[in-house]
Design a protein around this ligand. Structure first.
Ligand SMILES: [Zn+2]
Length: 167
């Protein structure tokens, strides 16, 4: 098994954790701070934001506004929109970044590796052929943190267009 080497994630692992739930804090911030918070879209029940400590470029998350830890606790409307926004995200990332594939999924419970175990969220991780090697080469240069703004600005108009197409 190949492992993605992502040393910038140490900043997250070792860094100060915000008080309270990150996914609740971000959604409660004013809309004017959406770019700063890397929030790409706010739906009726869920929102999309870039992962601040991504596994690959374009790694984003779709989270319901409701602070629930399990799928069983999530209402149907939120569940449906989470999946619809997953589809929109895949379409937008495909156009913006031309990945060769995706990993999509949820980590349920701390033991599964969930960073924010109390607040359900879907990960969408674009993948490229050989990205494991690519990441190893570039990770030491802290490429990813700077790339977040670039990715956000590139993805935002495409994603906004995708959402309007599918709704
Ligand atoms: Zn929360």
């Amino acid at each position: 098994m190949k492992t993605l080497w992502t040393p910038w994630r140490m900043g997250y692992i070792l860094g100060e954790k915000p008080q309270g739930c990150l996914l609740c804090i971000k959604q409660q911030d004013p809309v004017e701070k959406d770019r700063e918070n890397y929030i790409l879209y706010r739906g009726a029940t869920c929102y999309i934001m870039l992962n601040l400590f991504p596994y690959t470029n374009g790694h984003l998350m779709i989270a319901p506004y409701h602070h629930v830890a399990s799928l069983e606790q999530l209402d149907d409307k939120s569940l449906c929109e989470m999946m619809a926004l997953t589809r929109v995200s895949v379409a937008a990332l495909s156009k913006a970044l031309s990945p060769a594939g995706f990993n999509i999924g949820m980590n349920l419970g701390k033991v599964s590796g969930a960073g924010i175990a109390d607040h359900l969220h879907m990960h969408v991780v674009p993948r490229w052929q050989g990205d494991v090697n690519f990441m190893s080469v570039f990770a030491g240069t802290r490429l990813i943190p700077e790339a977040l703004n670039v990715t956000y600005d590139k993805l935002l108009p495409i994603l906004t267009k995708e959402v309007s197409h599918t709704r």
